[in-house]
Design a protein around this ligand. Structure first.
Ligand code: 5GP
Length: 113
């Protein structure tokens, strides 16, 4: 399995502004924020993209959503927030380690671009 940028962040080989960590996940601020709050939540397990997740990852996927909820509270996003998973070429995915974008602190448009 190829080693991505995010695996290097997990191993502290490249710096990141980490806002949360537990045994299963890590969360850090996006280097090119698309909103005042833009945080990436990733599993430590190197799942390349959502479509590669398996039945055994069910608990982990649920865990990541609860981590998003926890960070949204930590960041005081009381007015709401958006969670995005880009999958593959048409999804706009650029880093092939599963990640949830947590975006907040501004109103979001719909539909997305
Ligand atoms: P994707 O396009 O794959 O859904 O999202 C990848 C995200 O990773 C992008 O929003 C991009 O700005 C972010 N990103 C790329 N390189 C780095 C980096 O070195 N550090 C951090 N913190 N974020 C990165």
């Amino acid at each position: 399995m190829s080693d991505t940028l995010f695996e290097k962040i997990i191993r502290r080989e490249i710096p990141a502004d980490i806002v949360y960590e537990d045994d299963l996940s890590l969360a850090f601020r996006d280097i090119t924020p698309q909103a005042p709050v833009h945080i990436l939540v990733i599993p430590k397990k190197p799942i390349p993209m959502l479509e590669k997740a398996e039945a055994e990852d069910q608990g982990l996927l649920g865990h990541l959503l609860l981590v998003v909820q926890k960070i949204a509270a930590q960041e005081k996003l009381a007015k709401g927030f958006r969670v995005v998973i880009n999958n593959g070429e048409h999804g706009g995915q650029t880093v092939f380690h599963l990640h949830l974008h947590l975006l907040g602190d501004r109103p979001m448009d719909w539909p997305p671009g």
